[in-house]
Design a protein around this ligand. Sequence first.
Ligand code: 26Y
Length: 823
Amino acid sequence: KKTSVERDVTINKSEFKAAVIKHLHCTLGTDENKANNHAWWKATCSAMQEHVLEGIRKTQKTHYLNDTRAVHYFSAEFLMGRLLSNNLQNFGLFDVANDALNELGVNLSDVLEEEPDMALGNGGLGRLAACFIDSLATMELPAIGYGIHYEHGLFRQEIQGGAQIERPDSWRDYGNPWEICRPESIQEVSLFGYVETKYGENGRIQKEWHPGHIVKGIPWDIPVVGYGGKTVNVLRLWQSKASGYFNWDVFNSGGYLDAQAENVQAETISKVLYPNDETEAGKELRLIQQYFFCACSLKDIIRRYKRAHGDDWSRFIDQVVIQLNDTHPAIAIPELMRILVDRAELDWDKAWNICTNVFAYTNHTLLPEALERWPARMLEKILPRHLEIIYEINHRFMKEVDKKWPGDNAVKARLSIIEEGNEKMVRMGHLSVIGSFAVNGVAELHSRLVKQNLFPEFDALWPGKLTNVTNGITPRRWLKACNPSLSKLIDKKIGDDWPLDLNKLAGLEKFATNKTFQKQFMQVKQQNKQLLAEEIKASLDIDVDVNAIFDVQIKRLHEYKRQHLALLHIMALYRRLLENPDYDMHPRVFIFGAKAAPGYKLAKDIILAINKVADKINNDARVNQKLKVAFLPNYRVSLAEKMIPAADVSEQISTAGKEASGTGNMKLALNGAVTIGTLDGANIEIAEEVGDDNIFIFGLTVDEVNELKASGYKPYDYYYKNPEIKAVLDWLETDYFTPGKPGALSSIKQSLLDHGDQYLVLADYEAYSKAQEEVDKAYRDKERWAKMAIINTAKMGKFTSDRSIRDYVERIWKLDSCPVRKG
Ligand code: 26Y
């Protein structure tokens, strides 16, 4: 089969070796005899960085010379994971590097393990941003990611006595070889203070913001290497520093210590990523983080624009589109208005026209507790001018609403950016919809619910503005790099151009019933399971049988994701085995990975319960030939890359209507795992692709969830009607799993019975348990299972993030690709 990927960087093994040795000597000041794996890792990164920098230079020059329109992806999170293996893959140098290091007596996989994950995100939303910038570079689109250079990413999770402990993450403690500091592009950002109203000669009201603090933003560029290595875009992350300028007054008046305190404050802004996803906390520092990176990024964009177009704003909307990754960067909307109205002195309508042609907004959630709202008082204190601007935006918008629904105050109250109540709140979702030209949800069902339930009147007011772009994942990281055995098998069967055109995987379908291919495919799965089994042994000292079904649930811990539904079912299997030692089931290993937000008590209790139940089962000789449970600590991108290729079953069991899309579902199916899932998020679209025979769908639909809730859901009914449910819930309350500590796990039972079981765990239990029996039956039919697994891989073409990006480009961004070539 032909090699279809045209490569820009050609370098052979001996050149690669020489480059690594050179960096060992000249960058790290060590040599081959002294170097440990960490030094080899750094030297290998530095060897790559030469090509990376050349790629960045060529890309930026090309974009500049072509005066390209570009997308600016604003996101508070970028969950990049490790970069070396990705960059080697995308430059097509993975095998060269492997051979070169081999000859130096060094093992590349060990070297890759030295790299700390760049975990500047919580979960799905942050990893989506990382997949998107990979696709943008691969498709040679002019793009820049803008975010925050957190000193500490998402906490490292340790498990002690079954419970989650959070430890600080320090991804750059020993230096990060990829990031490039750009002091020439430092920006300053204002905070606090007051607004002065002035009257100009022409009677024009002028607003002047006198800030109380000024902080510096230092840009760090992280290279984003496209597949094929031609376009290398950047992710620009802002680090906060005290601005020398502001502190001199304090310093001169003898307040040296106060001045130092100010330094600490300014540097706190980019210190740490907030670990809460899906629960808005309303913390001042979080708002400051958001404004800080938006203000730096807008200044950066405007500086670049002015270099090409001077003070003429008329072409701004042709050159710039800004995608807001959820409402976290929504403050960019009033900030751009402030720049245009107060600084550039454009009149309001002109400025608003620019804004509403520049911003587009992606919604990632319908959960009410995740919708960002800031107290007006807080905004007034930190960003007094922005609050005024928001009021003005709202005032004009309310007039528009009145034209459409004259005199309807109820609709005004619903649509107003300002939520009246005990405390006035600013609704960032409303601001984002009003200030953008396009709004999208992230899967078909989710986007329909955004229109129908979240923003129905906005859809009536601006038909067509609310739309869908189904999420995707990059097949370079999530198949090619993480599953080399399967990738090579696929290459042999259908050629190696699928990473750029994932629909090509459909070519595997005709081999789905081919005995030889089935065998090869399942052999690869077996190998990957063996590797994960070794990981489980090393990390938890649990022996697992690779002939067992590997059943994997990996995602943030949330009630709506229902890890506790899986737990109840595991307990039920345990109970069935105890009651009937001959209970007929194929051996199964349930494997979990999940972090809980540190303040989310019940989520942490569920982690504790999984670990306590696991302890008991794994050490119970009566059942542990058939049943094992492994909770792998510190779930993160690099661990996902090991777990996903080894999964037989993918658990996607959220309450219908709650999971906006999910992206782990796509990664697992792409690697040949079969989904057991609800009709939620992108599961629905996965089912459409693979067909009903190749997925296990169970549980209530969105409509049924609504009906059940409307008719008065009573979880106790299920408790009394289903003896298994009663038995496992009661079991949780005893001290069977927590010897000497009865009640240690009872909060779960309480939430399901006394607190109303918001996420309908008990209502879906029986359907889930039945679906699991179907999974068991299907797996025992080896040919049937192999066929299902192959079809899952074959039918994932739709879910490449290249397709998502193509949708954004054609329907929202209106971008052209810009080929970057040698020279
Ligand atoms: C407001 C703040 C507390 C906050 C911080 C992070 C709120 C939400 C988040 C993160 C949300 C998130 O990761 N959402 C997920 O986005 C994925 C990508 O679109 C979806 O696949 C997934 O269903 C959704 O839960």
